[in-house]
Design a protein around this ligand. Structure first.
Ligand code: IPM
Ligand code: MN
Length: 357
């Protein structure tokens, strides 16, 4: 057996710890069966840590995490005691930018027709992936609030779109589409309202698309795309988008395939330590009540297994989730009656069974 992969686990706030615990049950099953030789350390970053120490993430921590670990698995950040979610920015957005994790990979795949709220889903099902830019755009942090609370208040943020970052994301999307046999790549932006910011997306996309003439490429304004996603979700394969556009689209796509309880994500820079997290937030109202759906966290761990070089283990985890949905061994949001812990136990047991362990 090669060297064990090392994972840093940051459960975070709200439902984060309870859903991450279920993902770790699945990883333990994989590890025990020899399918994913890994070990992990749990780190305390989150609202409690921030309130106690005043530090969201120590200055050198992103570099250390990237040096000492092969992957980061995180839960969720957000706490009603910290109104502006400053610590979430200080942890999550900092890790994304300082580790230069420029691809936010957000798959939306419908695992059973009954769990989509849409009746426009046809025999194609839904199986799309959003490539969201993850280091700049409207998340640049460049801006200011002038005279907060005063009648003259002004809020400004600069939407930064550098050709280098636009291009590397577009290329990643086309490369992935080609390598996975996907046919269509759709660019989503708002270049009609903000050509100064998004024109570079239109131009580079059109030029790069010529290098991928074997694939179909198309452009949509994001507002029109939202309508089309609801009208005909089955026609989309790969969607590439600026940061904020991709953030919003990925929640829409998640809802189409069963809601936040099922949406995983991977923050990637090929060849470097990636960060894996459910798309959902910390859901304080659900926290500690054994109600949260752990499948998004488990599916995020599956994306991590893919990146760590264990695609078979990843497929086993996804298959176990599909089995759970088919057998209605789920939390209530998906029509089952299980709590968070029991749903995690069921999937972990299924993984063991599938691995013959
Ligand atoms: C997400 C979240 C974050 C984002 C928040 C918590 C800053 O919504 O991962 O999609 O906007 O990127
Ligand atoms: Mn979001």
């Amino acid at each position: 057996m090669g060297q064990r992969k090392r994972i840093a686990v940051i459960p975070g706030d709200g439902i984060g710890p309870e859903v991450v615990r279920q993902a770790l049950k699945v990883l333990s099953a994989m590890r025990d069966a020899g399918a994913a030789p890994c070990e992990w350390d749990e780190l305390p970053y989150g609202a409690d840590h921030y309130l106690q120490t005043g530090i969201a993430l120590p200055p050198d921590e992103p570099a250390r995490l990237s040096r000492e670990y092969d992957a980061l698995l995180v839960g969720a950040f957000g706490d009603p005691r910290i109104p502006d979610e400053l610590h979430a920015r200080g942890i999550l957005l900092r890790l994304r930018t300082e580790l230069d994790l420029y691809i936010n990979f957000r798959p939306a795949r419908l695992l059973a027709r009954r769990i989509s709220p849409l009746r426009t889903v046809d025999d194609r099902g839904v199986d799309l992936v959003i490539f969201r830019e993850n280091t700049e755009g409207a998340y640049s942090g460049l801006g200011a609030t002038y005279r907060p609370g005063a009648p003259e208040e002004v809020g400004i943020v600069v939407d930064v779109n550098t050709r280098r970052c636009v291009e590397r994301l577009i290329r990643a999307a086309f490369e992935w589409a080609r390598s996975r046999g996907r046919r269509r790549v759709t660019l989503a932006d708002k270049a009609n309202a903000m050509p100064e910011a998004h024109g570079v997306w239109r131009r580079r996309f059109a030029e790069i698309a010529e290098e991928y003439a074997d694939l179909e490429s198309e452009h949509r304004y994001v507002d029109a795309l939202c309508m089309e996603l609801v009208r005909e979700p089955g026609r989309f394969d790969v969607i590439v988008a600026p940061n904020l556009v991709g953030d919003i689209l990925s929640d829409l796509a998640a809802e189409i395939v069963g809601g936040p309880g099922l949406a995983p994500s991977a923050n990637l820079h090929p060849g470097r330590t990636g960060l894996f997290e459910p798309v959902h937030g910390s859901a304080p109202a659900l926290a500690g009540r054994d109600l949260a759906n752990p499948f998004a966290a488990i599916l995020s761990a599956a994306l991590m297994l893919d990146e760590l070089g264990w695609p078979d283990a990843a497929e086993t985890a996804r298959a176990a989730i599909a089995d759970a949905i088919a057998a209605r061994k789920t939390t209530r949001d998906l029509g089952g009656e299980l709590g968070t812990e029991a749903a995690g136990d069921w999937v972990a047991a299924r993984v063991r069974q599938r691995l013959g362990a």
